[in-house]
Write a protein that binds this ligand. Structure first.
Ligand code: SF4
Ligand code: SF4
Length: 266
């Protein structure tokens, strides 16, 4: 992977953004009649979350492996030194998203990625509180010259926007994944994960169908003392994903190890 494939994890906006809280208000509206309709769906950099992939592969009736091969580009989060994936854009003049149609807009709207739902909000964090699990996050508006949505009269609080766009649900499901990235980023750069560990991170976070096979069709359940209630629960994709995040956290950071112990030799 060359340098151009690495994402800038902390892109710096040109003007320092005003920090917004959940109760802050902003004016914005996006609709079919607006003159910039679909302009924001070209030339973009959309990092996909694990839950995005889970939904999109279902929507497109693909396995997670097929989805990854057709619709994603592998990237490296430089500071965290962890693999992630971005949506592969079309090779057309405007580098369009594969899911945008000029007059219809987003053809997978119900399952659109988390990044598309956040827009025009960005999220930042003031500090990392680790085990306390407290979030010290703030929001800001991303005002791009091509977007006329800010000239509309509709007003939202940040909380209303997040709820309306389905961001709260996605953040809750992806929380374990974000936690892994933040934890890894906060370690000294000399503390590296092995290639094998990074492959496991990729498998669990982005290739849910293969991870399911790994859990249920390998010796995994013979090696780990996973209780029956959990085994039943993780038949569900979202629960399996959350289980995987917990397993990575226990394995990489020796944190939250309850429920992920290796079976004792009898
Ligand atoms: S997924 Fe949908 S909303 Fe997101 S960039 Fe593509 S077309 Fe636009
Ligand atoms: S550029 Fe802004 S207003 Fe226009 S379609 Fe995209 S989000 Fe909506």
């Amino acid at each position: 992977m060359n340098d151009s494939n690495k994402r800038d994890e902390n892109p710096k906006p040109e003007i320092p953004p005003e920090q917004l809280s959940y109760n802050s208000r902003f004016k914005f509206n996006c609709h079919k009649g607006i003159k910039c309709f679909t302009d924001c769906c070209r030339g973009i950099d959309i990092m996909l979350t694990p839950y995005d992939i889970l939904n999109l592969r279902k929507r497109l009736e693909l396995t997670s492996e097929e989805f990854l091969a057709i619709y994603t580009d592998p990237q490296l989060l430089e500071k965290a030194d962890l693999p992630v994936v971005t949506l592969k854009l079309l090779d057309d003049e405007r580098k369009s998203c594969p899911f945008v149609k000029d007059d219809e807009g987003c053809i997978i709207y119900k399952d659109r990625p988390t990044t598309c739902r956040y827009y025009p909000l960005g999220v930042g964090s003031l500090s990392y509180s680790g085990e306390q699990g407290e979030k010290d996050e703030f929001f800001f508006t991303v005002k791009e010259s091509h977007c006329f949505g800010f000239e509309e009269d509709k007003e939202w609080t940040v909380a209303e926007w997040r709820q309306d766009q389905g961001v709260d649900l996605r953040d809750e499901i992806n929380e374990g994944w974000m936690d892994l990235i933040v934890r890894k980023k906060s370690l000294p750069s000399s503390m590296k994960l092995t290639d094998e560990s990074k492959k496991m991170f990729f498998l669990i976070c982005y290739n849910i169908d293969k991870f399911r096979k790994f859990v249920f069709e390998s010796s995994f359940l013979d090696r780990y003392a996973i209780d029956q209630k959990t085994i039943d629960k993780i038949k569900d994709d979202v629960e399996l994903l959350k289980f995987g995040f917990g397993w990575l956290k226990a394995t990489f950071f020796q944190a939250g190890q309850d429920g992920y112990q290796v079976k004792k030799e009898s």
